[in-house]
Design a protein around this ligand. Sequence first.
Ligand code: PLP
Length: 392
Amino acid sequence: MISDFLKYQAQTSPDPLGMEISHALGSYIYDSNNIPYVDFVAGVSACPLGHNHPKVTTAIKTQLDRYMHVMVYGEYILKPAVDLSKLLAENLPDNLEKTYLTNSGTEAIEGAIKLAKRATGRSELIAAHKAYHGNTMGAMSVMGFEERKQAFRPLIPDVRFIEFNDKKDLEHITKNTACIILETIQGGAGFIEPKDGYLEAVRYRCNQTGTLLILDEIQPGMGRTGKLFGFEHYACIPDILVMGKGLGGGMPIGAFTASGELMDTLQDHPKLGHITTFGGHPVIAASALATLQEILGSDLMQKALEKEALIRKILVHPLIEEIRGVGLMLALIMSSKDLANTLILEAQKHRLILFWLLFEPRAVRITPPLTISNQEILEGCHIIIDILNRIK
Ligand SMILES: Cc1ncc(COP(=O)(O)O)c(C=O)c1O
């Protein structure tokens, strides 16, 4: 299978992990020899309820038997998509009321940027150094990592970069700026949280200049930080909220939410300002709805903070310099890039799934399913400590 994988399936890097999967359940992924691996990554934060959660699979199967794709996004009334959008609105601040469902996070970012340009009539976009918002051309234009985008230039013009957490840089936001786009917690950069009232200052400056604030919650969203969305930890409400990954409960999705007034600007002058065939797909929306209902109706968000405490208590080792992040969005910062690499690769040999972050080579991602048990956390953390003990 590995040779077909390498020959017929396009790769994203010269050295993919290449593990063949048989099935997955709860906090475990099973390889083709039926060997279970504790999953400390959750599909890069895309599986908040773990693998094949019965409420999610039941919702998918029920919807499958009713109908799948019937019409392009936005024409027919498809109950799962309506119910999902409504439940989001009921659990968001009043201005975040109307949701556009897309197929992926990057497409939701495209939609959010288009909405900001269309609604303000301005062209300048501001983003942060080391930001990651996706891989399509618009999202890549606001990616703050030149090395990965240079080969694809020219990208969209009129993008300016500022330093995340540097309030002085906010003076670059002016009445010419359509939007500033930020990850609430910078993911690829190494799980960098906003500090010292940074997001509040961004909000203030946006209010002064009539600039729209887009917060990308594709990673911190869906309960991972102990609240449904990361921005709820701060006195800062975005004009446009972007979601993805965990929202789908293991199915491909993206979404952006804004006020009705703002969102309605996309539907006219020009008409069909953002269109998609599969966005709001009923089976995927059913999966997302079941996932959101489970997160809201359980103590998983509150438990995320207790689980963080447990992880921090066990993962104390001289080779771990720091643990960044909050809740179950954590990153071990190792003393070197090589050490981070060794840990991730050795962990796979010892039946634990770990992963990298995009732009911080010393980081090791720990973003398990929110449903992971304390016992499973102990199992995974002890594998990490054993590997590090063998190194030092
Ligand atoms: C913060 C952030 N924004 C956007 C994206 C893009 O989402 P997708 O891969 O679903 O297009 C990602 C994916 O990793 C992300 O982490």
